[in-house]
Design a protein around this ligand. Structure first.
Ligand SMILES: NC(=O)c1ccc[n+]([C@@H]2O[C@H](COP(=O)([O-])OP(=O)(O)OC[C@H]3O[C@@H](n4cnc5c(N)ncnc54)[C@H](O)[C@@H]3O)[C@@H](O)[C@H]2O)c1
Length: 313
């Protein structure tokens, strides 16, 4: 019998809500619908225990994790009427390097730190990565801020024998993976790409933040596609969409005898579900690498991330 993975999470936002509720859902129902990998190194979907959680909003700090995930501005739906108390009290997080010691101390029971704060706060991301190094836990950077792409951070985690997974998770069935698959199909079938674009609309706090502060997200999305012919329209924040995201993809290409081919795709998903479906795999890969004594970036995480080591910052 393998021990459950002990996870600490930074950011009690929509993605944490979808992850926490989803794990409870799969434990309760035994369903495997929507699960990419039921088993990773002997670890199932339900084999995760949350041991610490960090937030910054006064509303969430001091609350039980299972209460805090439902507080605004989170708008991922409630999946079940009842979620018994988790026993994990949300603690105040940090914003810079001044409180690394306190956070590292709070990580003493954790094996993996899942960093799920807003993108666009590089100093904060680095401070939590430092806390993970101090505490001796694996670090997963789900945001587009560069940590795993920074050679210095990667070598520090390698030397410490601690896994570092990042940057920027690639949603389970989101715009990046669908767009990438279609571009690859075009190439495989011998067509020539002329131009392509993505339009992304959403109603989450993440979208609101990224509209105001596109920061590293645009580059990270382009990293996931690997083509210089793709353009990203500015993200659109539409609050009435709540946790749903709508993406439009356009591809213009040339086929036989240079005749035109045009493809339009509309994708509608719950954005936090797409994140949770990948975070559950990143957590188990991180725990397995840690338990096997493998520090640095585990190559098996590659398809789950938009901007792994070696991609542009
Ligand atoms: N499909 C997806 O949803 C997807 C895909 C790729 C990457 N991401 C990234 O995942 C991250 C989380 O997304 P989300 O939708 O849960 O965002 P969110 O805004 O709902 O949640 C982030 C939470 O972190 C909190 N926070 C802010 N500063 C903090 C700090 N210093 N310490 C602790 N908590 C802090 C915020 O108050 C908020 O509750 C974002 O960076 C997003 O860009 C999401």
């Amino acid at each position: 019998m393998i021990d459950n993975v002990r996870v600490a999470v930074v950011g009690v936002g929509n993605n944490t809500s979808a992850l926490v509720q989803g794990i409870a859902f799969y434990r309760r129902t035994g369903s495997l619908v929507g699960v990419h990998r039921p088993d990773i190194a002997g670890l199932g979907i339900g084999d995760i225990d949350f041991v610490a959680a960090f937030a910054m909003s006064d509303d969430k700090v001091g609350k039980d994790l299972h209460e805090a995930i439902f507080l605004p501005p989170n708008n991922f739906p409630r999946l079940a009427p009842e979620l018994p108390a988790s026993g994990v009290t949300v603690q105040r997080g940090l914003v810079d390097s001044t409180e690394i010691g306190r956070v590292a101390d709070a990580l003493r029971h954790a094996e993996v730190l899942l960093y799920s704060a807003p993108s666009g706060m590089p100093e904060t991301a680095r401070a939590y990565a430092e806390a993970a190094l101090t505490a001796g836990v694996a670090f997963i950077n789900t945001t587009s801020d560069a940590i795993a792409r920074e050679p210095l951070w990667l070598s520090r985690f390698e030397q410490a024998g601690l896994p570092l997974l990042g940057d920027d998770l690639a949603s389970q069935f989101g715009t990046s993976v669908v767009h990438h698959a279609l571009l690859r199909l075009l190439e495989d079938r011998g067509l020539t790409l002329v131009s392509s674009y993505q339009v992304n609309l959403g109603g989450t706090e993440d979208f609101r933040n990224l509209v105001e502060n596109p920061n590293t997200k645009t580059q990270s999305k382009l990293n996931a596609l690997g083509s210089d012919k793709v353009q990203m329209a500015p993200l659109g924040y539409l609050p009435h969409l709540k946790s749903q995201k709508i993406a439009h993809l356009n591809i213009e290409a040339l086929g036989w005898a240079e005749t035109a081919v045009s493809l339009e795709v509309r994708l509608k998903v719950h954005d936090p579900s797409g994140a949770a479906g990948v975070n559950i795999d990143l957590i188990r890969l991180a725990a397995n690498a840690l338990r096997s004594g493998r520090g640095g970036y585990p190559a098996e995480a590659g398809s789950l991330l938009k901007s792994p080591p070696g991609t542009a910052i």
